[in-house]
Write a protein that binds this ligand. Structure first.
Ligand code: FRU
Length: 566
């Protein structure tokens, strides 16, 4: 049956079939009460390609219904003959480069198609764009190959052909039917062959193949919209009053962060510091390679934005202190929902990692989203910047949670260097408990073993190491330890000077999202217990453990989670 295939997560969104990566254009529609999720989608295959915006809607951000593709690949595009001088990017060696008109088949992949890459949405409630009151404006990156000649006067004046060049530019499409279908916007009125609203130019977006992922946000204080776009190793900020004409405002220069891959999916996110009226601007960014996780991962910085659209980091040394958004390997390209009520900031990400593309071996679909996370910004004397971005699963998950199956008698226990099995018949659930200890008989590690196989050999571990102060998720005993060149264990520092830690874990068929102390830190990991490794046993076992000492467990709860596919 559909959505019941081997490895299909039961309470995380995935398309019924085909490839999916980044979430795009998340927004809440206050007129219909529906949350809208768009995503990088290949309508024709189970691998990356033909990038389009797939679409799903939900009343609660948990239970989703798939809709038709909202923004398909642009076909039969032609482009003007124009010249472009690049001194900083990957075209530098060619000096002045000339892009020639609509290619013929001789031009290989330059087939007149433009892919629809990642981006974001704003609801134009005041009709500042003139495109319609309440129009839904989608800003995305058009990605295409262009036939390229060097402007050297050779070849009958056309210049020497140097092959194909990848180009990325920022486009706008808008919807007047609640986000089901989109009309391409073009300043010249030709929506069949739209022009970019933020085109590539020599000085901005110099790295032509890495100029992407526009994220739009309203700056209420300065009454203007801002768009953040990555350009290779930096992010560019543009400003606008009417959402159509964008003026370059500032550059966020990469410094001191972890990783060496390009930046992707940047965002400026205004947030009120919990318990105050103070507004801070988070700069969040995905790093494609060599992030905190092996491979791709997300970082954030706390700062402020001024009237000119300059973002300044909080820390005295410029961007010296990148913070890890989620310390697992499988939270990437996260963006927040636009148009939320009650000042909520909710983010979800692609629950995967570019290092092991394809290795999940799921069929007929590939990829799913993380659970949506409520973000809160709190003051925190332990972090260099003085702030911490907490993230927790949105409370709407309760819609799918069944009653706690742990009796009050079993909700507390003392474990002394031992393991305690819980009775469980499910593979999809939330489990939570508070662990505390005293210095006399300090344990080394405490936590949960989850999805234990019948023979006890295979399981996932979520725990806390008191000797290193690291909260961790480990897939050492799953039969498939690593994915790609990834690590088997992911860690996050948690201060437990008060002698206690609360661990809350959402377990799905092939996904674990673990939280320490109510969202202070999170670790998101995929895992695959494959019949070829573990045989056909079931993996419903759950245990509490304490190693090397004694721990008190309190407030133990276990809630089965119902499938969203019913
Ligand atoms: C991030 C990303 C984006 C790009 C999209 C293409 O995962 O590489 O930078 O827009 O995926 O599918």
């Amino acid at each position: 049956e559909q959505y019941d295939e081997e490895y299909r997560n039961q309470f995380h969104y995935s398309p019924s079939e085909n490839w999916m990566n980044d979430p795009n254009g998340l927004f809440y529609d206050s007129t219909t009460g529906l949350y809208n999720l768009y995503y990088q989608y290949n309508p024709d295959g189970n691998e990356w390609g033909n990038m389009s915006w797939g679409h799903a809607v939900s009343k609660d951000m948990i239970n989703w219904t798939q809709e038709d593709v909202a923004i398909p690949v642009l076909t039969n595009q032609s482009w003007e003959d124009f010249t472009y001088t690049n001194t900083t990017g990957n075209l530098a060696q060619y000096g002045e480069v000339r892009y020639v008109g609509t290619p013929t088949t001789n031009w290989g992949d330059a087939n007149g198609e433009k892919d629809i890459f990642s981006g974001s949405i704003v609801v134009d409630t005041e009709n500042v764009s003139g495109l319609g009151k309440g129009a839904i404006l989608a800003f995305y990156t058009a990605d295409y190959q262009i036939a390229t000649r060097v402007n050297d006067g050779q070849d009958g004046g056309w210049g020497t052909w140097i092959g194909l060049t990848e180009i990325q530019e920022q486009h706008l499409a808008y919807s007047l039917d609640g986000g089901k279908t989109f009309i391409q916007y073009s300043s010249d009125g030709n929506s069949a062959n739209p022009q970019a609203i933020i085109p590539i130019t020599a000085s901005k977006g110099g790295d032509s193949a890495n100029f992407r992922d526009p994220n739009v946000v309203y700056d209420a204080q300065n009454k203007q919209y801002l768009i953040t776009v990555v350009s290779g190793q930096e992010a560019l900020v543009y400003k606008s009053k009417n959402l159509l004409n964008w003026e370059y405002a500032s550059t966020i220069q990469r410094q001191n962060d972890v990783g060496d891959g390009v930046w992707e999916c940047p965002a400026l996110i205004p947030m009120t510091v919990a318990g105050t009226n103070e507004i801070k601007w988070i700069f969040s960014v995905s790093v494609q390679q060599g992030a905190h996780a092996t491979g791709s991962g997300m970082q954030y910085y706390v700062g402020t934005v001024d009237a000119n659209g300059n973002w300044t980091p909080e820390s005295s040394t410029t961007m010296a202190n990148p913070m890890t958004f989620d310390s697992g390997e499988d939270f990437y390209a996260g963006i927040t929902f636009a148009n939320m009520s009650n000042n909520r900031t909710v983010m979800l990400g692609w629950e995967s990692n570019w290092t092991y593309t394809g290795e999940a071996k799921t069929t007929p679909w590939y990829g799913n989203m993380t659970l949506p996370r409520e973000l809160t910004l709190v003051k925190d004397s332990n972090s260099t910047d003085g702030y911490l971005l907490k993230n927790n699963v949105v409370s709407e998950i309760k819609n799918n949670e069944n009653a706690n199956v742990i009796s009050s008698d079993d909700a507390s226990a003392t474990l002394n260097n031992e393991e305690k099995k819980l009775s469980s018949e499910n593979t999809t659930y939330k489990v939570s408990a508070t662990f505390s200890w005293n210095t006399e008989n300090l344990p080394k590690t405490v936590g949960f073993k989850l999805r234990i196989s019948d023979d006890g050999k295979y399981y996932m571990t979520v725990g806390y190491d008191l000797t290193t102060h690291l909260f961790f998720v480990q897939r050492l005993n799953t039969g498939e330890v690593n994915m790609g060149d990834s690590r088997d264990k992911m860690n996050a520092y948690v201060d437990t000077s008060n002698g206690t830690i609360t661990l809350t874990v959402y377990v799905d068929e092939t996904s674990i999202e673990a939280f320490a102390n109510d969202g202070e830190k999170s670790i998101t990991q995929n895992f695959f217990m494959r019949p070829e490794n573990i045989g056909n046993q079931s993996t419903t076992g759950i245990a509490l453990f304490s190693e090397g000492g004694s721990v008190n467990v309190e407030n133990l709860s276990l809630n089965p989670i119902e499938s969203i596919w019913n």
